[in-house]
Unconditional design. Structure first.
Length: 392
């Protein structure tokens, strides 16, 4: 349980100022207005919504307009000490201290790791391999948006959630996108095959191109501008720019160096407790009971539970049915994935304007679903049928 380390004035220290870090800080402050709260951020620490980055082009949003509140404003609202540009270099879980990049040693009452995740980068050869963009934060978005000036085409590596969202969003800038993936269909990890095909057809009708079952092996600068991608099937593709969206890797190096248990993410129990006392993990960096779920709804459930625990009421995280909304206006999509390892089958029905997919077990219980097109109007009704993953 949370407690003191020789002083009642020691702060709760949160490492990270993304959605997870700020969610925990806000929920904690709703319950405790007095305990010192310190947020350490390796970047500017301004508050913005990361999920908005993949559909900001349609609204002609700049990085500046996406920034909702400055670090100073957040510090005032949260009654917190927020230090921008202050990365953590080391954690001593025995002494209960963190050491910042400039060598300052800070004692903590409790430490919350909200480190986020890094974009995975494909192994690419070629003299333009270093020109591939990844959009994982506000600064990345600013650089990518600037690079689109004058662009007519973009190759997107990855046909998952973020790849499809950016492909749709680029259409609003008049930029043609070609989405490449080694899988044979888009959103292959979230949708059954029939629903993937339905999604692909709508995105293609809107102007998105797909090259599936292939990967880029090298990227070189092309004569006359742009880049040339050499593909695994022997073909080539020319584009004005390249965006990689092949997935995220939880940031675990700091935790691993501190001796914390790490698998894909920083491993925790249902209370978000790591393998060291008074150290907790939330958000994209956390692997909770074997699950790493890089979505907003699990993050919000985690932050509320952890805030209560930090205030003395041990609260395991609850995971209700948590639908994921895919931001592809050309094909509105809502997915509520079945629990990992669930035994059942997909049942799919589709028409010209709707696709409904139900994942049911043998007794007919609905364990997950996918709704596309006009069928998304059924989301709330179907969510009510799906059992929770974790309940208190």
């Amino acid at each position: 349980m949370p407690g003191t380390a020789g002083s009642s004035t020691l702060p709760v220290v949160v490492v990270g100022s993304g959605l997870a870090g700020y969610a925990v800080a806000r929920d904690f402050r709703k319950l405790d207005s007095d305990t010192p709260l310190l947020l350490l951020s390796r970047d500017h620490a301004g508050f913005y919504s990361k999920p908005m980055l993949s559909n900001a082009l349609a609204g002609q949003k700049t990085a500046a307009s996406l920034l909702m509140k400055s670090a100073d404003k957040m510090a005032s609202e949260l009654k917190a000490d927020i230090r921008a540009g202050e990365p953590v270099g080391a954690i001593d879980t025995t002494a209960r201290t963190v050491t910042t990049g400039d060598g300052e040693v800070i004692a903590y009452r409790d430490l919350v790791l909200a480190l986020g995740a890094d974009p995975m980068r494909p192994p690419l050869a070629g003299d333009a391999a270093d020109a591939v963009f990844c959009v994982n934060d506000l600064d990345d978005y600013a650089q990518f948006a600037d690079a689109l000036e004058g662009a007519k085409s973009v190759a997107i590596l990855g046909a998952g959630l973020i790849g499809c969202e950016f492909a749709n969003d680029l259409l609003h800038r008049g930029i043609a996108s070609t989405v490449l993936d080694v899988a044979d269909r888009p959103l292959s990890r979230l949708l059954p095959a029939e629903a993937s095909v339905w999604l692909r057809e709508r995105l293609e009708s809107a102007g998105v191109s797909f090259r599936l079952g292939v990967a880029a092996s090298r990227i070189d600068r092309a004569d006359g501008g742009g880049v040339r991608l050499a593909l695994s099937d022997g073909s080539a593709l020319h584009a004005d720019g390249v965006l990689s969206a092949i997935g995220l890797q939880p940031r675990t190096a700091l935790a691993r160096a501190a001796g914390l248990a790490v698998a894909r993410g920083i491993t925790t129990d249902r209370a978000l407790a790591t393998s060291a006392p008074h150290v907790w993990a939330v958000g994209d960096c956390a692997e909770v009971m074997g699950l790493n779920l890089p979505y907003v709804m699990p993050l919000m459930q985690q932050s509320r539970a952890l805030a209560a625990t930090l205030c003395g009421s041990l609260t395991p995280v609850a995971y209700p049915a948590m639908p994921v909304l895919v931001k592809t206006p050309a094909c509105p999509t809502a997915v509520c994935p079945p629990p990992p390892g669930a035994v059942g089958e997909w049942q799919v029905m589709s028409s010209a304007d709707a696709c409904e997919a139900r994942f049911v077990r043998a007794d007919g219980t609905l364990l997950g679903f996918a709704l596309l097109g006009t069928a998304t109007s059924k989301k709330q009704a179907w969510v009510a049928e799906v059992p929770a993953w974790f309940v208190n």
